[in-house]
Design a protein around this ligand. Structure first.
Ligand code: HEC
Ligand code: HEC
Length: 394
């Protein structure tokens, strides 16, 4: 069925457990996805064993579009007051996160959630922490650009101004001409398509754990190997939700028979008998309205996790050591304040978050394994860095 999908099929495949109602329809969207063969001049640069990301037919990969998208991703003109770009909250040095518990928008508004890593985001079938229907990177970009709850880049009402800002720049005149030789007019659609193309190239798969996977002797320490065994054990259960090549159960690639999207409650909060989380972060529930979806979020990929602190959808856990405390205790018991409640007893909590005891050696080994998921070449890769000169003229 590759190459021709319906919206209903996407919803069914991605979300068999929530989408029974959505699975009856047959709204044909046409050929959304490509075959896993490179298009045009573009050649993926993939780590050994990595499949190609799935690419929408309407937005094929080209080197020129990627280069245009990279300039836009790093451009302060993409915020109303010219103080922020996508890269302000998605910094390469932090594996494209912002190191804040919750992000800060261009006008000072605090985002209710933590900025996600964009490493391997092209392999994510659904985007953001808990939205089961946001599938396209080009569509997602509209939220930080034009969203008002919260304000991120603050471009609402400035659509024409944005186009004018881009049009008057000589670098963009060249880049749009190269990326869209047949019709180089600046449009919002081309802007978001190019940013999506750039993001699909943000591929990270050269960590010590990968080099070990590919047989390089001495790539990881004995401690990290012990930590890996614990991570993949039935005692700790981490792999059920953070397994596979991307270290998350939510994954897709070109030619995969159906994208997999999973949302889990890992017992962070429990404000009432229904297992509520602090507003406005009730996870999948905010999109489905089903009580059992309260507190269910996408399990983040654990690639580069040592670089992406603080952790969880609201940045409420500061260190990897404290993350292990959380899982060892089978969830978090908040004893005081407005978030008080015993997350360990959340009715929606996954059965895999069941607690365990680790010796100090085992705990250190688990952390060493998580640290060995860091891909230092990824955060130093010039292709992913800011292309603008330091003064930028912007
Ligand atoms: C103010 C900080 C901020 C800015 C600016 C920002 N982001 Fe984000 N980004 C976030 C936060 C916070 C999330 C989590 C959103 C959510 O769950 O609602 C996120 C999530 C994402 C995701 C989803 C990743 C995943 O794994 O599902 C993508 C893709 C993304 N941002 C791309 C962009 C792009 C492209 C831009 C520029 C057009 C941008 N972001 C600008 C903070 C920001
Ligand atoms: C039932 C599925 C499940 C299991 C089992 C599980 N996790 Fe998670 N993990 C999640 C989800 C979901 C989140 C995000 C939760 C949130 O933000 O509300 C998460 C978040 C994390 C984070 C934070 C990542 C970030 O970028 O914010 C780390 C680190 C982590 N888990 C490590 C582990 C380890 C180590 C284990 C095993 C001891 C484990 N997880 C077991 C589902 C799971």
């Amino acid at each position: 069925m590759r190459g021709r999908v319906t919206r209903a099929m996407v919803a069914c495949g991605a979300l068999a457990f929530v989408a029974s109602a959505a699975c009856g329809g047959d709204e044909v969207l046409g050929p959304l996805f490509t075959d896993p063969t490179p298009t045009g001049s573009f050649a993926w640069i993939l780590p050994d064993g990595f499949p190609e990301p799935r690419v929408p037919v309407a937005n094929p990969m080209t080197d020129e579009k990627v280069e245009l998208g990279r300039h836009l991703f790093y451009d302060l003109r993409l915020s109303g007051n010219r103080t922020q770009s996508c890269a302000s909250c998605h910094r390469q040095s932090a594996a494209f996160t912002d190191a804040l518990p919750r992000s800060l928008g261009s006008t000072g508004e605090v985002h209710p959630r933590n900025a996600q890593s964009l490493a391997n985001v092209g392999y994510q079938p659904v985007l953001t922490w808990a939205n089961p229907s946001l599938e396209l990177l080009s569509e997602q970009a509209l939220t930080p650009m034009f969203g008002t709850e919260p304000v991120e880049l603050g471009l609402a009402g400035l659509e024409e101004e944005l186009i004018l800002r881009i049009e008057e720049d000589a670098t963009y005149e060249r880049l749009f001409g190269e990326a869209y030789p047949e019709d180089s007019a600046v449009t919002l659609e081309k802007i978001t398509a190019a940013i999506a193309s750039f993001q699909r190239t943000l591929i990270s798969g050269d960590s010590p754990v990968d080099r070990d996977r590919l047989g390089e002797p001495g790539a990881i320490s004995d401690a990290a190997r012990l930590g890996q065994a614990l991570f993949f054990s039935e005692r700790l259960e981490c792999f059920h939700c953070h397994g596979g090549l991307m270290f998350t159960g939510t994954v897709d690639w070109a030619g995969k028979s159906s994208p997999e999207s999973e949302f889990h409650n890992n017992g962070l909060y429990n404000l009432d008998a229904e297992g509520s989380y602090p507003e406005p972060n009730n996870g999948l529930f905010n999109h489905t309205g089903r009580s059992e979806d309260r507190g269910r979020f996408k399990a983040p990929s654990l690639r580069n996790v040592a670089l992406t602190a603080p952790y969880m959808h609201d940045g409420s856990i500061a260190t990897l050591d404290e993350v292990i405390d959380h899982y060892a205790a089978a969830g978090r018991n908040v004893t005081t304040g407005s978030d008080a409640g015993d997350g360990r007893a959340n009715p929606n909590k996954s059965g895999f978050v069941k607690g365990f005891t680790l010796t100090p050696t085992e705990r250190a080994a688990l952390i060493e394994f998580l640290e060995a998921l860091t891909d230092s070449a990824f955060i130093a890769e010039p292709r992913f860095s800011n292309p603008w000169p330091p003064d930028g003229g912007r």
